[in-house]
Design a protein around this ligand. Sequence first.
Ligand SMILES: [Zn+2]
Length: 223
Amino acid sequence: MNWIAIGQCCAFLVCASASASNKPTISQSASRPYLDLAAWARTNSLRMVWETNGRDLMLTNRSLRLAFALNSRLAEVNGVKAWLSYPVIPRGTNAAISLLDVQTLIRPILTPVRYQAPRQVRVVALDPGHGGKDKGYETPNYQEKTHTLLLARRIRSLLEAADLKVVLTRSSDTYVDLDDRVALAKRQRADLFVSLHYNSSGNGRAEAKGVETYCVTPAGATY
Ligand SMILES: [Zn+2]
């Protein structure tokens, strides 16, 4: 085993010789397994190109475009921003990505068939955000709580038409604790819990648009 010091504070425990094999070697940084990104790209037939700034890098094939930046958790998958659990880090003249991010974010995108839902979805819990005293985002003519409930009712009718059972965490303008919403979904044995919100930013200015999706972080991840 070799210890290689990177930068001023990171250290890698190299478990096997990386250069002798095309197979990406797992190493440790801050007690966490990392993969050599260039070796991983080769084994997955991805072309890896560094930007001239020496910080940003791109992995591409015919259908996939992955963008990373050194010391950053922010990545892009085919133009869609995605947050990694851990930053991509420098490794000598190369870069390394956490094994957890490869397993839980990148690989499911590369090989989606293997990650199909293990069970059929029958019950969906729809959670209209806010309600009652909690108005959510509001302007003089708009309250988020009103529109999340309208959206939930609309989605419910679409899902019921598709033969799914739907439960709402609230069906009127009432305040429901977050814990109670989750408990209700568990009692109803919901396969999916979908919380509906209309997010805002920048004091009402249209600085952001599109859809923002939050996922439960993988077990053991810091973020
Ligand atoms: Zn909200």
